[in-house]
Design a protein around this ligand. Sequence first.
Ligand code: FAD
Length: 501
Amino acid sequence: MSANTSRREFLVGAGHAIGLSALPFGAAVAAQDWDVIVVGGGTAGLPTALFAAERGRVLIIEKGPMLGGTLDRSTGQVAAAGTVFQQAKGIEDTPDAHYDDIMRINDGTSDPVLTRLLVDNAADSLNWLAQHGFEVLPEHPLTGHGHDHFRTARYQWGPQNGWSIFNAMKPLVDLAIAKGRLQVQLNTRAVDLIQDGSGAVVGVVAAGPDGERSDFRARNVVLASGGCASNPHMYEELHGVPLYCQIAHPNSQGDGLTLGLAAGGYLRGGEKYATLLGAILANDHFPSPPSAIPPLNPNLRKPWEILVNFRGERFVREDHPSINHLEHALAEQPGHRHWAIFDQAILDTAPPLVPDWTAQQVMDACDSHPMFSSAENLRQLGVTAGLNPRQLVKTVDAYNDALVNERPDPFGLTHRPLPIAKPPYYAIRMHGWSLISFAGLGVNGNLQATTAEGKPVPNLYAAGEIIGAGATSGAAYTNGMLVTPALTFGRLLGQRILDFS
Ligand SMILES: Cc1cc2nc3c(=O)[nH]c(=O)nc-3n(C[C@H](O)[C@H](O)[C@H](O)COP(=O)(O)OP(=O)(O)OC[C@H]3O[C@@H](n4cnc5c(N)ncnc54)[C@H](O)[C@@H]3O)c2cc1C
């Protein structure tokens, strides 16, 4: 957790503020008629509940033992046009420019209606957080960092990453609870939606800590239970790509997707899956934890190595300035696998490819780690690493030949400080990976879940990763396009979209 407030501290704090022990599961809570039940007390669920609690009575049903959801691990990078952070630095910006930048970066693949809704309202969300103590790093806003950059500096995050956002909302949660506008049932899992004869959603069936079930009735239900990036079966089924690496919140199991589908909703967006640049996985049992995430982004570290696929062929200019370009090239390689190839001279001279590892650690890993290989010649390296040996020799020869004869690199690589010529030779296997769900529940411009034909499922709404990264980020990692819409759409639902009459 990248935060000063530890998980345990908050757990204790939340339990105290909410008076959990005084609320046996289901009892008094289930007997009430709520204006809105929010399923999931994370990035989207908290603003939904906080704003709704200003107009009505709200219940959060949260599966985990604490609030905050993915904010416990998210970098919390957010983007908006017209924020107080921009004003403080004299940066002029407009929602139109933000919209154009998003669509340029993701090649027009995010939902235009939801993207528009986001850019028109994102600044109010961040300014609201700022009013409640949310601060960003001194050098922010930026145009970008790990993904393709915006043209205007509108991208920022707090010193405690996602936790900075949570820390701004937590006192408001305590206050809403103290005022009797909001209640929270922790350790409680939504397992079904209750529908009336017309199909309108009128409540939630939830299971408490001991598995006992209760019905909770409400005028509106908002699904804010996150994505499915901790559920390998569902993830692969929806995206057609294995979940190679697991970093997402353990409760990102796609529960809400199943609930929404069963109530008449539909899923979309799995085809927008985008891969991140390679991680060194601990093993081949997917999803695997990462051993390390090398900085393949040339803006963060210029490449000294070349990248090859299992055929031993290069497939991209390693220092291409567009991260999307690199990610898309990687996604075309079988199994999204790629190997960094280098030699002893590069290992001894270059800034570490494996963050914080010494050259000796890399050498040692070749004897013990399944992703690391070394050999005295390139042909043997190919055999050891599982690459086509003959092609690997040809590929490295072509690379060296162009470099030593001062000819342009066959792939246009401009940063090539050393040839790959001094044994032993090394290969590190990496996998493209993702930590978010691109597939999600289909919603309309009012964030109402709909059938595949576009007919709203009455009283059922969704916000956050449950609507799919594809909806707002498109087929790319567009800066801040998950946390910002989660906060903003949650706020809009609570503030004005939900109808309590
Ligand atoms: C490591 C990491 C870094 C990231 N960095 C960024 C970033 O910098 N910028 C960005 O835009 N995006 C980022 N993302 C993505 C972004 O953080 C998430 O998409 C977003 O926080 C999800 O918000 P959410 O409200 O949809 O889900 P969550 O915040 O995960 O909240 C969902 C809540 O629902 C609960 N829940 C689940 N099932 C049930 C159930 N059946 N009943 C009751 N409760 C349930 C969960 O316990 C959880 O508390 C990152 C993701 C990860 C994993």
